[in-house]
Write a protein that binds this ligand. Structure first.
Ligand code: 5GP
Length: 194
């Protein structure tokens, strides 16, 4: 997705050989016009899958998930990372090891919002080692729902998550795939440049 690649080149900050900071349009300040374009792109890529629900992880997945839900006309549900006083029972939970924080947390979703009649599109901001996506897929499986696919805003193609999910037969659509962050420079996979 060209617009996204241009934004990453203009405003992304390479923090190390493996971490990209995109606080100015995705992870802290949010660019609504770009999010709308991202929602339209995910909706068009997954339009044939019969998606009934979007599932993401708070907080950075919420903006792209909501825009995708708006275009597809389906609700967006976000898994919570912290225990909520109002979210006490009837939960699906999964364990997720965070790449950026290097800690393992339980994520949870109320059983009220996903069930066996759903076809779920999992959306997240980044794909690194795939642990967040696996946790969300685990919740889809616990619900007895079908997985329509995984939509990722920025995949770091040099980390193992993309290959691991695709090898499991999961349809993964990434709007930008980074092949390298070496020497402070963002490089994209050739075929994603168009
Ligand atoms: P994974 O679970 O695939 O290893 O990592 C994905 C999760 O870690 C995403 O939900 C995202 O929040 C965070 N993440 C992984 N890599 C990066 C990165 O380079 N930059 C930012 N901002 N977040 C990342």
């Amino acid at each position: 997705m060209e617009k996204l690649q241009e934004k990453i080149m203009a405003d992304g900050k390479v923090l190390s050989d493996s971490v990209l900071k995109v606080d100015s349009f995705l992870n802290h300040q949010i660019d609504p016009v770009l999010m709308q374009a991202i929602g339209e792109e995910f909706a068009s890529r997954f339009s044939g899958e019969g998606i009934t629900k979007i599932l993401t992880l708070e907080s950075s997945g919420i903006a792209p998930a909501m825009m995708t839900g708006l275009v597809l006309g389906v609700p967006a549900v976000f898994a919570r990372k912290r225990k909520s006083l109002t979210l006490v029972d009837r939960l699906y939970t999964a364990s997720v090891h965070s790449f950026t924080k290097n800690e393992t947390n339980d994520i949870s979703v109320s059983r009220d919002f996903i069930d066996e009649t759903d076809v779920v599109l999992v959306i997240d901001d980044f794909l690194a080692n795939g642990q967040a996506a696996l946790g969300l897929i685990d919740i889809v499986e616990q619900a007895g729902a079908a997985l329509g696919g995984v939509g990722i805003v920025i995949e770091k193609g040099f980390q193992e998550g993309g290959a691991m999910l695709r090898n499991r037969g999961v349809r993964v659509e990434s709007l930008a795939i980074i092949s390298s962050l070496a020497n402070g420079k963002v490089e994209f996979l050739e075929e994603e440049k168009a």
